[in-house]
Design a binder for this molecule. Structure first.
Ligand SMILES: [Zn+2]
Ligand SMILES: [Zn+2]
Length: 250
């Protein structure tokens, strides 16, 4: 069923997006329709709007959305109408990187997130007979409604402030991932405080108490070859207490 929605539609690179009444396409297998409650804006939206990331126009950007599931397509079994969800990028969930726990490095990431089309060549948005390109980072959430893959939506508790949760889908998870999975700060052995910060790769995380001010922290990088793009990362970095520059220690 085609559903009417309002969206910020970009029709020219470097031009402002304009609010237009358009439609979402009929849901396909494993797709859901989400009524947006809130959305963040990321520099990647601005970069695409300026034409520095090729994305076909007209298009709807926005990739930090949160909202309520309004309807579900065929085969959806993990979400139901009324569920509160946070949206994130699309990934195939079948390639080596996806099954290895790194969907952000999906072999089909560009096609699924930057092409403006579904894998079958259709668009999730339209304006009458005109195609409007959607699926930007799996969502295109600068709109009242977004068509999203079931796997790109994460159910959250109903009592959370839904309108504020959108940035979890990009900015916050990116920052948290960089800190917790790449930098992995933990207390340097010479620290005088006994409060643990982070023990080691993949192990328990305990936050730093608010009154603890260690004189130095050390940050470990992932093992060589852990990331596809890093064949020989530095094994260890040391960063002084906040305010001083980081330096490579080996
Ligand atoms: Zn982003
Ligand atoms: Zn994949």
């Amino acid at each position: 069923m085609v559903v009417g929605c309002r969206a910020a539609v970009l029709s020219g690179y470097g031009e402002p997006a304009r609010i237009r009444d358009i439609q979402t396409d009929t849901l396909r297998d494993r797709e859901i329709l989400v009524r947006m409650a809130g959305v963040g804006i990321c520099h990647t939206d601005l970069t695409a709007a300026a034409g520095r990331i090729p994305f076909p126009l007209p298009a709807v950007l926005g990739h930090e959305g949160s909202g309520v599931v309004e309807s579900i397509g065929p085969g959806v079994d993990s979400l139901h109408p009324g569920d509160h969800v946070v949206l994130s990028f699309a990934a195939c969930r079948n390639c080596r990187n996806c099954t290895g726990g790194h969907p952000a490095y999906c072999a089909d990431f560009a096609a699924l997130n930057y092409s403006g089309y579904r894998p079958d060549g259709t668009t999730t948005l339209r304006s009458g007979a005109e195609e409007v390109h959607g699926g930007w980072f799996g969502q295109s959430s600068f709109a009242t409604h977004a068509v999203v893959g079931e796997a790109g939506a994460v159910k959250v508790a109903d009592d959370l402030p839904l309108a504020l949760l959108g940035p979890l889908g990009c900015g916050i998870q990116t920052g948290a991932g960089a800190l917790m999975r790449v930098l992995r700060p933990h207390r340097a052995p010479r620290s005088s405080s006994s409060a643990p910060v982070r023990s080691d790769w993949g192990r328990s995380w305990r936050p730093l108490p608010s009154d603890a001010r260690p004189s130095s922290w050390s940050i470990r990088c992932p093992p060589a070859g852990h990331w596809p793009s890093r064949s020989a990362p530095p094994r260890r970095w040391t960063a002084r207490t906040p305010g001083s520059a980081a330096s490579c220690a080996g």
